[in-house]
Design a protein around this ligand. Sequence first.
Ligand code: PEP
Length: 261
Amino acid sequence: MRPLIGTSWKMHFTATEAAAYLDALRPLVAGLTDRDLFVLPPFPAIFVARDRLAGSNVAWGAQDVHPDDWGAHTGDVSAPMLADLGCTYLEVGHSERRRYHGETPDLIAAKVGAVLRWGMTPILCVGEAERRGPEAALATVVPDLEHCLELVPAGSIAAVVIAYEPVWAIGEHATPAAPDEIRAVHQGLHAWLDRRGPTGAEVRVIYGGSVEESIAPLVLGQPGVDGLFVGRRALDPVAFAAIARVPVPDPADGPFGTAVS
Ligand code: PEP
């Protein structure tokens, strides 16, 4: 599976700042052909991403979407509007959307359905609130996934990316999950995805939570980790480029993290 490495800028960067960021990033990651890269700007800067990234190896997308295609939804943005801007990836279900906007699994499921209906890739974020080990994490995350993916037919599941983002590991003052925790949860999610349908084995499960340059190779080297989702550290385009350039592990070499976990 090609690794998928990307960032959501959250509510950072004006359209002008976005242009400067992307102009700095593009040459730093040019020529990386063995992985997929993406950037999710805030809505007002998506047209800038289309302008600056067209023809590059970096895809762009959005951090949220309304489940309906059109209508009286003041302040919302729909999937067809984002498809028209050339978006490839749409993030849904981030813990901040769940916490601060009251998003429920029913709403998230409808958003996943809208993204797929318009031919884009949902990046569905899941993660447990407290650190109680991989078994407890899976006991929270799997039922949530079942709910959030309920509108996705078994045969279409490969069109979805899952972002495992333990809530306790993301944001200011947090520390990343340990490699062995990440590996155990990702392998558990892959086992569940395999059982869910014929294309479950093709679903990419990426990790997010305090990723920075020094741990990126270790995390990406864990079996079951198919990519990285970067928040704070990627606000610096040079740092994001360094993470995007991380060596892609050769499965024959075994997991980088075995000795550390
Ligand atoms: C996030 O909030 O999704 C995230 C991964 O953030 P950070 O990398 O800053 O922990």
